[in-house]
Design a protein around this ligand. Structure first.
Ligand code: PLP
Length: 393
């Protein structure tokens, strides 16, 4: 553990895990005091293919030798941006063929909401209770955790929150709505998986009212749920997709993706409708491209579902576990109280495994290891978790 938190460094939480990092490789984080931890949260769904994947490192080194930042997004032609945008278009449905690169997930959602408003000329936004879309003012406005929002009001006007997975509320979406923004599987609400019929009804309602449907896949993207993108589980396609976290292969980036026609609206009325200095940074694009290629080439998606099912099966019978909500390697383990979750997270550290909290679901802890964790590593991880849970009775 670090001996103290540097008072020159901001710390937004009151109980930081506080391990002091020396290096990280694959699923392991090594600390300055010589310990090695299994990272079962992948830096909160960023290190989906593990830390410092060799193909990502190679791409970063190659790009470093060429150029770093040269100009704000959208002015120069930069091969790393073009190559990555083309690969994203290849793996996505044809209506999601145009990518705007941002710096983070929250900025991706800001861009998506602005695009939808610009495209429709409408102002009303529909979002969902329990949702997390980021921490900037716009993203916070569509978030569904009032406790995290009240201190920052006034936020965006004309935002309305529906219950997640409640088909009978979808009539609130009408021709006045500029955008519906939803996580297709809610992450920070504690892994909430909606019915397929609900997602299809949502899609149908948005189509009928000509309302852009935004899927926030910042956390669910890039294999986390067993498919490249979570929307594939529901056979529905959004009008705008937002990405972040694992998108950059360990470097900071986000993106909002739509059709070329819709995206053109940001170019006019007025011109430069969304701008960013660092969005599409060449180093991040090179890393993100290499990471996505590695997922595809190494067929990393193939075993995510069965690995997740294995982990669930190992943990579920334990007496301190109340319920497990899981899809792929995206898992919430519910306990009887928030205190028990605190105790569990601390007990994990003693066994050299890292689990973590949810923002809006304090009686569950999260597990989301790198999707390429080996079977052997997964078994070892499960045994360590069980050993920690055994100390909690
Ligand atoms: N959207 C979702 C679903 C997220 O889980 C997060 C972060 O946890 C964000 C948006 C915000 O992304 P960032 O932290 O990169 O701003």
């Amino acid at each position: 553990m670090a001996s103290h938190w540097n008072p020159n460094l901001a710390c937004p939480g009151d109980t930081p895990l506080g391990i002091e990092v020396q290096s990280a490789q694959g699923i392991y984080i090594r600390t300055t005091d010589g310990k090695s931890y299994m990272d079962l949260i992948a830096g909160l769904s960023v290190a989906n293919i593990g830390h410092r994947h060799p193909k990502v490192m190679e791409a970063i080194h190659a790009q470093m030798d060429q150029y770093l930042h040269v100009m704000v997004f959208g002015e120069y032609i930069q091969k790393p941006q073009n190559r990555f945008a083309s690969l994203l278009a290849e793996v996505l449905p044809p209506q999601l063929n145009c990518t705007y690169f941002t710096n983070s997930g929250t900025e991706a959602n800001e861009g998506a909401l602005k695009l939808a408003k610009r495209h429709t000329g409408r102002t009303r936004i529909i979002a969902f209770k329990g949702a997390y879309h980021g921490s900037t003012h716009g993203a916070l406005s569509v978030g569904g955790n009032e406790q995290k929002k009240y201190a920052f009001r006034p936020l965006l006007p004309d935002v309305h929150h529906l219950e997640f997975n409640a088909t009978d509320q979808l009539n609130a979406i009408d021709e006045t709505v500029a955008a519906v923004i939803i996580e297709p599987i809610q992450g920070d609400a504690g892994i909430r998986i909606p019915e397929k019929s609900y997602m299809q009804a949502l899609r149908a309602r948005c189509t009928a009212t000509d309302t852009p449907l935004i899927f926030d896949e910042v956390q669910t993207g890039f294999g986390r749920t067993g498919r490249l993108f979570a929307f594939e589980h529901f056979d529905v396609v959004p009008d705008i997709l937002t990405l972040g976290k694992a998108l950059g292969g360990g470097l900071a980036m986000g993106a909002f993706i739509s059709s070329r026609e819709k995206m053109a609206d940001l170019q006019s009325k007025p011109m430069l409708g969304h701008i960013t200095s660092f969005g599409g940074h060449p180093l991040c694009c090179a890393a993100g491209h290499a990471s996505l290629k590695a997922i595809l080439e190494e067929k990393m998606l193939e075993e995510v579902a069965s690995k997740g099912a294995y982990l669930k099966k190992m943990l579920e019978p334990h007496p301190v576990v109340v319920e497990i909500r899981q899809i792929g390697l995206f898992m919430a383990v519910e306990m009887e109280s928030a205190q028990k979750v605190n105790d569990a997270v601390q007990a994990f550290l003693k066994q050299r495994v890292i689990g973590f909290y949810f923002l809006s679901c304090r009686n569950s802890f999260r597990l989301a290891p790198p999707i390429n964790i080996t079977r052997k590593e997964l078994k070892e991880a499960a045994l360590r978790l069980l050993k920690a849970l055994n100390t909690l009775n």
